[in-house]
Ligand binder design. Structure first.
Ligand code: NAG
Length: 274
């Protein structure tokens, strides 16, 4: 067990238009994103098609999208630091005013497995943490982390496998993110946060996480973001398909080990007793 840190990651909306996905994959970082914290902690690689975020004692790198989105399917490829630190790779889409957020957070290792935490904030209410053990080592190669967000459901994907589904249950009193979201990525020191008091071992620094796939094909806020002509809003994206459903059941059975719905506070969340 070394230190703990957070690598914030990104959520990128990508449409399901196949020909676009290919070109979006190699899009330049600066086309859709801007560096938020310290230019010298965000390094462009491969002509700007890849970015490397660094965390050291001076701070961590962070970036966010130039625009805000209101729906989409977004995906980014990430490779966690190879120096095997129990890190948190934290990926979120956040909004400015009322706090809505949909995020991936990498909480480092727990024995041999890496922990991925997801959370959903709606109307400034979060606390919807869910944790699972990844079935691969995320430091060895790039993997895809994606989020579908339409007016019916939010689905978190890891390598196209659904790992979490959050339904729009506002009609029965649930909350659901509705604010325009920025796509953000960062790596940060998560000491004292989700680290069970473990400290960052700075002798292992710098910690470097790599990001690719900077295409964003979400719906820019202010447009008709619930339009069914957008591929991610299509009726076949309102629910998981049978293959996705069985993959999801498998993930829940084998890898998910902690969810807020099973904690005492679960009783306060409508979606925990639909
Ligand atoms: C959630 O679903 C309701 C219908 O049940 C719809 O009116 C509302 O716009 C949806 N919310 C969002 C943010 O899409």
């Amino acid at each position: 067990m070394k230190g703990s840190l957070f690598l914030c990651l990104v959520l990128v909306f990508i449409s399901c238009l196949k020909k676009d996905v290919v070109s979006q994959k190699y899009l330049n970082f600066d086309k859709n994103y801007v560096v938020m914290s310290s230019q010298d902690h965000v390094l462009r690689l491969n002509g700007g098609t890849e970015a490397q975020l660094t965390l050291d004692q001076a701070g961590g790198g962070a970036f966010q999208s130039l625009l805000k989105y209101g729906s989409g399917y977004f995906e980014m490829q990430i490779k966690l630091p190879s120096n095997h630190s129990p890190g948190v790779l934290h990926s979120d889409i956040g909004s400015d005013n009322v706090h809505d957020e949909i995020d991936f957070e990498f909480l480092g290792t727990d024995g041999p497995s890496y922990i991925l935490q997801t959370n959903v904030f709606a109307d400034d209410v979060g606390g919807r943490e869910e944790r699972l053990h990844l079935w691969f080592d995320p430091t060895l190669a790039f993997h895809n982390y994606g989020i579908l967000w339409n007016s019916h459901q939010i689905v978190f994907f890891v390598d196209q496998v659904p790992i979490r589904v959050f339904k729009n249950l506002t009609s029965i009193g649930g909350r659901y993110p509705s604010q325009g979201m920025l796509v953000q990525g960062s790596i940060w020191n998560g000491e004292g946060w989700a680290s069970n008091g473990r400290k960052v071992d700075w002798s292992q620094a710098p910690f470097q996480a790599n990001y690719k796939s900077f295409g964003i094909l979400g719906c820019q806020i202010g447009n008709q973001c619930d339009s069914q002509t957008l591929p991610w809003n299509n009726q076949d994206k309102w629910e998981l398909n049978p293959k996705q459903q069985s993959d999801y059941e498998n993930v829940k059975r084998k890898y998910v080990y902690d969810t807020y719905c099973l904690s005492p506070r679960g009783k306060n969340y409508r979606e925990c007793h639909p």
